[in-house]
Design a protein around this ligand. Sequence first.
Ligand code: IMP
Ligand code: MG
Length: 182
Amino acid sequence: MAQRPYVIDEIISAKQIAARIEALATEIEREFANTDKLVVVGLLRGSFVFIADLVRELDLPVEVDFLEASSYGNAMESSREVRILKDLRAPIEGRDVLVVEDIVDTGHTLFHVIGLLQARKPRKLRTIALLDKPVRREAQVKADWTGFEIPDEFVVGYGIDYAQRNRNLGYIGKVRFTDAAG
Ligand code: IMP
Ligand code: MG
């Protein structure tokens, strides 16, 4: 895909994200208060910054695992097909599991991952997404916790990329194209 020129407009600051994660962590601690050990599953790659900050706010015994599902490639359109590129290292049967996603967009990725993991018979499976674009939804799915609902904009930063760039921004911004077609 040819790279068009763009700028990034901040829509959620690092400070807002940190405050929201603190509040979400409190709710998650309550939900899993009696767990022996919570398996926190990050969906690669977009959730790596979120999961890092989230687990450090969780006052619970946790272990961390990762799963990589593909739906995007390098383009800005989501495809319906979801493939597992990297599976969990550990079995989750009988375990408490929290799936951590960066963005729920069409919902196909989260829907597919929930189905896959439920089939492994965890004791309790919950999901959290930093961002949700409800107007884009195609699959019937909603994360148990959401950081922020956002409109139908393409966003980057805080782990989230556009063509593998901008994951290292501390904030969430929306991509605004600056060429004639934008
Ligand atoms: P879904 O299967 O359509 O819900 O897509 C979810 C995945 O698409 C997310 O985990 C992201 O990796 C990617 N995605 C969706 N919206 C955006 C965006 O605005 N910026 C970057 N990646 C996105
Ligand atoms: Mg993703």
